[in-house]
Ligand binder design. Structure first.
Ligand SMILES: [Zn+2]
Length: 415
């Protein structure tokens, strides 16, 4: 007997992915081109896709410099922190301090200084730096074995803070070593940036339910990438998996309505899914479940279902996986991806996620993607989607536990 799983092809998903070996940063030509490619593939699969445009805010850095002024003079390559304002045009010159992990004792020497600390600066550390009277900060990324283009410091965005009186840059590990070893005492920091509006779009396609058209399920995946690499694992693989399911459901009409959504601008703060829930506000009460995919396609890894809903939903999904004999681990928590935007609006949601290597780096390429893995994840997702699309009575309520609602509110407040 032919099973549904026989209709899922890893090879076809892989071939789809081969069309996207380029960077698709939100609001750029790469993302635009990828959106067109998705529309084209939908048309070939017999579905009409729509573009839903939206605007989002981001930061454009125009100057990022760090110069040691005493006791020697040298400029180092740095990457500015986005979203932490600008220094005066000519920069700030101040004594330099290396405060390691930013412990209290080290930071008690920080007043009036530009402070270098390990690791990226997040909300709590930013507050500590301000309280300690630092006038700027430098963070360290990379490893001592990096070579060539990996010596370029990573870029970070400051999140969760309202006021940004001090600015910072990120430097590579090896340069940080040199700064301390050569005994830098004074440095000059220049950071100039501006807030800009850019446009992106979600691509959507709908298959109307034959029997329960007013109950909507969504299958979603973001198709934008970070600027550092072509995001094969994060998340073109997810885009390929839901495309494969779209092909399946064109041929095997579901009883409930299924909407497929390829989100833009996820990497800049879930902007695509936020725009979606806003634009579709009026029909959200019909939404029953969001099945999102973020991070998939590498061979070595494990399938995880991150379920943001009542624990009963986990039990139902677990039962389905037992029945199908497909191994997954299930986690009942909020998830840092587009499924959160649905859960935030009270719609039970999950993200299918496969752990892997090289997220947000130039190493996240199709070289590590495997048709075997794509087929397996698509099989898991198909099993869930098909069951929920066709089951006689929908098996769980449209609600999110109070405790998760609280966590989601905090998550989105701080974005
Ligand atoms: Zn992602």
């Amino acid at each position: 007997m032919k099973s549904d799983y026989d209709e899922i092809s890893g090879k076809r998903q892989y071939e789809f992915m081969e069309k996207f070996k380029y960077i698709r940063e939100a609001g750029t030509e790469g993302e635009e081109k990828a959106g067109d490619e998705i529309l084209q593939t939908l048309a070939e699969s017999g579905l009409t896709g729509s573009s839903e445009d939206f605007l989002f805010s981001t930061y454009e850095i125009t100057e990022e410099r760090l110069i040691v002024t005493q006791p020697y003079e040298k400029e180092y390559q740095v990457t500015g922190y986005q979203r932490c304002g600008s220094t005066p045009k000519n920069g700030i010159t101040a004594p330099f301090l290396y405060a390691e992990n930013g412990d209290d004792i080290s930071l008690s020497y920080a007043r009036g200084k530009i402070v270098m600390i390990n690791g990226p600066v997040k909300k709590a550390v930013y507050q500590e730096l301000m309280d300690a009277g630092a006038v700027g900060f430098i963070t360290i990324s990379g490893t001592p074995i990096d070579k060539g283009e990996d010596l370029k410091p990573a870029g970070y965005r400051l999140k969760d803070v309202d006021e940004t009186p001090i600015q910072g840059v990120n430097i590579h590990y090896r340069d940080a070593m040199e700064l301390v070893e050569k005994g830098a005492t004074h440095v000059k920091l220049i950071l100039q940036q501006k807030k800009v509006r850019r446009s992106s779009r979600n691509i959507t396609a709908k298959i109307e339910g034959s029997d329960q058209p007013d109950e909507i399920l969504t299958l979603s995946a973001h198709y934008d990438s970070v600027p550092q690499g072509p995001g094969a694992y994060d998340n073109l693989a997810g885009a390929a998996i839901i495309m494969e399911l779209a092909r399946y459901f064109v041929k095997n009409a579901p009883r409930r309505t299924i909407e497929f959504i390829w989100f833009g601008a996820e990497e800049v703060g879930l902007c695509g899914s936020q725009a979606y829930v806003k634009a579709h506000e009026a029909e959200l009460d019909k939404h029953r479940f969001n099945m999102n995919v973020d991070l998939a396609g590498q061979l070595i890894g494990g399938t995880v279902l991150g379920v943001t809903a009542d624990s009963r939903v986990c039990e139902i999904l677990s039962y389905m996986m037992h029945e199908a004999g497909m191994g997954v681990s299930i986690k009942n928590e909020i998830w840092g991806s587009d499924s959160n935007s649905f859960a935030w609006k009270g719609i039970p949601a999950m993200t299918l996620n496969r752990d892997g290597f090289g997220m947000h780096t130039r190493f996240d390429t199709i070289d590590l993607i495997s048709p075997w893995s794509l087929r397996r994840s698509a099989g898991v997702l198909l099993c869930i989607a098909k069951n929920l699309a066709n089951i006689e009575i929908f098996p769980f309520k449209r609600e999110i536990p109070k405790e998760m609602e609280k966590k989601l509110n905090t998550y989105f407040d701080e974005m």
